[in-house]
Design a protein around this ligand. Structure first.
Ligand SMILES: Nc1ncnc2c1ncn2[C@@H]1O[C@H](COP(=O)(O)OP(=O)(O)OP(=O)(O)O)[C@@H](O)[C@H]1O
Ligand SMILES: [Mg+2]
Length: 423
């Protein structure tokens, strides 16, 4: 990622520098060239007026004075009926810049300079522009390095936190980086860590309680069995102790049932109060492009703002399975309808296709049952996921297919202690 950020910044900066630098270079070249021509023209005019003035004053033209006044210039003065005055060295003909002017009194001046001087000047300016462009690129690259470090270090930190979480070290990091999106991820990780820590401590509590609850009836049972062995030749005592042992064994069974029920309740307790709109909208956003490609539509209908006790990931997976089936096996528009029914929050997913084939209706939730050569696992897993959150997944109309998810409403918040009941 760091390299990508660097190269993209470099490309953008290079394009910007080229877009600015090249026109700037052309303009500077043109300006210097124009200025040199203007200067030469002004010198020619000045020279002409100097010559005219000298003639009026009847003063001879002093070549040395001209040489001082016009250094690096090749000056030619032609005066009618007078000898030609030439000052300076003539530049090579292919590099000559020349301006000339004349007066009506018969004076003609010509002033030339070597273009190489102008070109040197232009090269100097171009070098300056190139140096500034290089500087701009260097600044852009250093900023990109700083920025990429600012982005990648938090990402590496988040990856470390996620890895720690995965290896069971469920402790919120509370790291924040000053970048809202990354802080959002860190917050979600912290929340997951807190939930994981809660779950782990509940599991531990459950294991401790379970072993305690099982030990008491097991001790009672062992005592009765010892009595039976000790009184093996006294049938009355054996019968009496045997009956007591049976009662102990039944109590043990009851405790085990209780433990299993508590484990189920605990699993339900992993569900949290979720706003259905959020999950369903997210699913619609995910699936809409696929439906659009099949020239089909996806609608959300019914009551808004419903809240249910489910695990967010589980619910998303179940709705996703139903939408996938409607897309693959159903037809026409698909409607997701939310509402309340008895003591449940209900989500219905309906399409307008041919429905579930007759011979599959009774077994549609069974493992490996597919009417379309699929794995036949989708509905099986969806039903198991819903059940693990304390809900139900049913086929409420086979043709066209309507599946309904019955979920626990969010106000059903009564939490149970892990193990309760007789010892
Ligand atoms: N909306 C629907 N319309 C018509 N038939 C459906 C619909 N939903 C499910 N079915 C039928 O139920 C069968 C079982 O669905 P399930 O999702 O369990 O398996 P699958 O879609 O075949 O395979 P996969 O496990 O890959 O999803 C499907 O093969 C299909 O015949
Ligand atoms: Mg399927």
């Amino acid at each position: 990622m760091r390299r990508r950020l660097l190269s993209s910044t470099l490309v953008v900066a290079a394009i910007a520098v080229l877009l600015l630098g090249v026109p700037l270079g052309l303009v500077v070249t043109r300006l210097i060239d124009d200025e040199a021509v203007q200067q030469l023209r002004a010198q020619a005019t000045l020279l002409l007026s100097q010559v005219e003035y000298a003639r009026i004053e009847d003063r001879p033209i002093d070549p040395e004075e001209l040489q001082r006044q016009y250094p690096n210039r090749y000056v030619q003065i032609f005066i009618r009926n007078s000898p030609t005055v030439i000052v300076g060295t003539e530049p090579p003909p292919d590099r000559q810049m020349t301006e000339e002017t004349h007066s009506e009194s018969g004076v003609y001046v010509r002033i030339s300079r070597d273009r190489a001087q102008v070109e040197r000047n232009i090269r100097g300016w171009l070098m300056l522009i190139v140096a500034l462009a290089g500087l701009a690129l260097a600044v852009a690259v250093s900023l990109a390095v700083v920025q990429s470090r600012r982005l990648t270090l938090p990402l590496l930190d988040l990856a470390r936190i996620a890895e720690r979480l995965g290896s069971g070290e469920a402790r919120p990091s509370r790291h924040r980086y000053g970048i809202p999106e990354l802080d959002g991820v860190a917050e979600v990780l912290d929340r997951s860590a807190t939930r994981l820590a809660e779950l782990l401590s509940r599991e531990r509590e459950f294991a401790t309680d379970a072993s305690h609850q099982l030990r008491t009836p097991l001790t009672g049972l062992t005592m009765r069995l010892e009595e039976i062995v000790a009184a093996a030749d006294q049938p009355a005592i054996v019968r009496e102790e045997g009956e007591a042992a049976i009662i102990q064994a039944e109590r043990l069974t009851a405790v085990i049932d209780e433990l299993l029920a508590a484990a189920r309740r605990q699993r339900h307790a992993q569900a949290e109060a979720i706003c259905l709109d959020e999950v369903l909208r997210q699913q619609i956003t995910e699936w809409e492009p696929a439906f659009r490609r099949s020239r089909r539509t996806l609608h959300l209908d019914g009551a808004r703002g419903l809240r249910a006790l489910v695990s967010k990931g589980g619910l998303s997976q179940v709705v996703s399975t139903l939408l996938e089936n409607s897309l693959e096996h159903g037809d026409g528009p698909v409607t997701i309808t939310t509402g309340n029914c008895d003591r449940s929050v209900v989500i219905e997913v309906a399409d307008e296709g041919q429905g579930i084939p007759e011979h599959l209706r009774a077994r549609v939730f069974d493992r490996n049952v597919s009417g379309a050569g699929g794995t036949g696992l989708g509905l099986t897993l969806a039903r198991a996921l819903t059940a693990s959150d304390g809900g139900r997944l049913e086929l409420i109309r086979p043709r066209p297919a309507v599946f309904a998810l019955f979920l626990r409403p969010a106000d059903e918040t009564a939490r149970h202690r892990v193990v309760s009941g007789p010892a």
